[in-house]
Design a protein around this ligand. Structure first.
Ligand SMILES: CC(=O)N[C@H]1[C@@H](OP(=O)(O)O)O[C@H](CO)[C@@H](O)[C@@H]1O
Ligand SMILES: [Mg+2]
Length: 529
């Protein structure tokens, strides 16, 4: 324990800083993160001890944020996000003002979480391509060493690759081989099975946001081989730190709804964008009249759900419960399409992947995506054994069953993964023989608007019903309801952001003009309160 105080002295907390472990872990300007990293290192060890020495992951990344930022997130043993009840411990350790107070709080977590000191601790860690990464990793390592935690450095990985590795380690290889190469082998082999006798309709152009997705996508493509995977990569400069996420990437596509500047325009061709740690994916295309069209997380979710439904039917697997999990930000047209055309159930959860992931576990096959492109498909253990033991009654059934089986390997079961999701979309489009325009035409998005309202205190905005209704401040929801009632197909809600000091207002309705008007009126109401 004395070692911890001594090591912590090298990583003092900046005076006055207030940290909080939120939806995205800790995330801020990199120069404020040194003490946070050290303390996360302590917490990772504690978490591992609490779980009987299972391996915990630590990912150093700030995803789609600007290059000067960085961040850190913990990964639980099966590759899930850190259990919510532990977020308070992360915040507690991060905010301890002195080294002595840190030690007190460290011991407090020991007690509160019922941790036994004699259990060994195991941690693996990785980082994205940010310039600040190596120094921050060193602070983490200092804590791991001071606490006697056994650790392994995985160098530079995408966030989903680290989640994969953690699950492989804790399943003793049942999920796959716990190496970067094992990751390429697992999903690359599955892709090749699924593409047997199919082909892509021209190359896919990938905007890698000048981040870690670029080198990793290249390695994956190399493993698969040119004959099977045709792609071009743009925004792949990871050697110029200032370019990361700058005028490119999944978040740019979602918020700007236009081509990243400098992208070669080819009408009708497929484009995709990753975010800075490659856990989000957006597709887009330029129509022959030169208009930009975005294929977001909702479009990816509907595509996946429809394909899995097709494969299950074609395999003769009846009664597989497929469901789609969305948040309130999902376009109303997508929800209607899933329920009415695909005839599948939907669940709406609060924002944040952990909520969606949890809800998706309720189905045999749970498809979950946030509109911003973060999501995956989960197959329950029962579903996996049903697929494995099902006997095909014809060659056609056998082909579909093999595809379904391969799909369970292709899709990263731990967390949304831009690389794996991209291959999934390429497979489905190849199977359906669809161009992006045909995919897009499955349903037409309702015009929608997302605006940010700066407020003094966002905590007064409390919601219920998966964040779709405000319960406080009093009277505001009634006013919003009265407004929404005036618009055909109108829907609007306001909620406090979990990652920024702001309230987000979302609106949709039948026309662009009315949608914008509704958003502005709700924004004004929020500002008034
Ligand atoms: C409307 C929106 O896109 N919200 C994002 C954003 O959450 P907020 O709580 O809205 O700030 O960041 C989250 C973490 O990255 C992501 O999960 C979520 O989808
Ligand atoms: Mg990300």
């Amino acid at each position: 324990m004395a070692g911890i105080v001594e090591a912590s002295a090298q990583h003092p907390k900046p005076e006055g800083a207030l940290f909080s472990y939120g939806t995205a872990g800790f995330r801020m300007k990199a120069n404020l993160l040194d003490s946070v990293m050290f303390r996360v290192g302590l917490l990772a060890g504690l978490r591992s001890k609490r779980l009987g020495g299972q391996t915990i992951g630590v990912m150093v990344t700030a995803s789609h944020n600007v290059p000067e930022d960085n961040g850190v997130k913990l990964v639980d043993p099966m590759g899930e996000m850190l259990e919510a009840s532990w977020e308070q411990y992360a915040t507690l350790l991060a905010n301890s003002t002195t080294d002595e107070e840190l030690l007190e709080n460290y011991e407090l977590v020991f007690k509160k979480a019922n941790i036994r000191a004699d259990v060994p601790a195991n941690v693996v860690y990785a980082r994205d391509t940010r310039e600040s990464g190596p120094a921050l990793v060193q602070s983490l390592v200092d804590a791991l060493n001071a606490a006697g935690t056994k650790s392994q450095d995985y160098g530079i990985l995408t966030t989903p690759q680290l989640h994969y590795v953690v699950r492989c380690i804790n399943t003793k290889g049942a999920y796959g081989e716990p190496t970067e190469e094992g990751y390429y082998r697992k999903i690359g082999d599955a892709y090749r099975v699924l593409m047997k006798g199919k082909h892509q309709n021209g190359p896919i152009t990938i905007d890698a946001a000048n981040g870690v997705g670029a080198p990793k996508m290249k390695k994956l493509a190399e493993y698969i081989g040119k004959d099977h995977f045709d792609y071009k990569i743009i925004n792949d400069d990871v050697d110029t730190p200032s370019k990361l996420n700058h005028n490119c990437g999944a978040d740019y596509i979602k918020t700007q709804q236009r081509m990243p500047p400098g992208t070669p325009v080819q009408p009708g061709a497929r484009y995709a964008s990753f975010d800075g740690d490659a856990d989000r994916l957006m597709y887009f295309y330029i129509d022959f009249d030169n208009t930009f069209h975005m294929l977001d997380g909702d479009k990816i979710a509907t595509l996946a759900a429809s394909f899995i439904g097709d494969l299950a039917r074609a395999s003769g697997l009846n009664g597989l419960r497929i469901g789609v999990v969305q948040t309130a930000y999902a376009n109303g047209a997508s929800t209607a399409y899933i329920q009415k055309s695909l005839q599948l159930p939907t669940i709406c959860t609060p924002t944040g992947v952990k909520h969606l992931h949890h809800a998706a576990l309720k189905y045999d096959c749970g498809v979950y995506f946030e509109a911003n492109g973060h999501g995956t498909v989960l197959f329950s253990p029962a579903c996996l054994s049903t697929i494995a033991s099902h006997e095909a009654q014809s060659p056609a059934q056998k082909t579909a069953l093999d595809s379904l089986q391969a799909l369970t390997d292709l899709i990263n079961q731990t967390v949304g993964d831009a690389l794996s999701d991209l291959l999934m979309v390429e497979v489905i489009l190849a199977h359906k023989g669809w161009s992006p325009k045909e995919w897009d035409s499955t349903y037409t998005d309702l015009p929608n608007r997302l605006v940010r309202v700066e407020v003094n205190d966002r905590t007064i905005f409390q919601t219920t019903d998966a964040e779709r209704k405000l319960v406080s401040p009093e009277g505001l929801q009634e006013r919003i309801d009265a407004l929404v009632g005036k618009y055909k197909l109108g829907r609007a809600f306001a909620r406090a952001s979990g990652t920024e000091n702001a309230v987000r207002v979302y609106s949709e309705s039948q026309t662009r003009g009315e949608t914008d008007e509704l958003a502005m009126k709700v924004r004004d109401l929020v500002a008034q309160f």
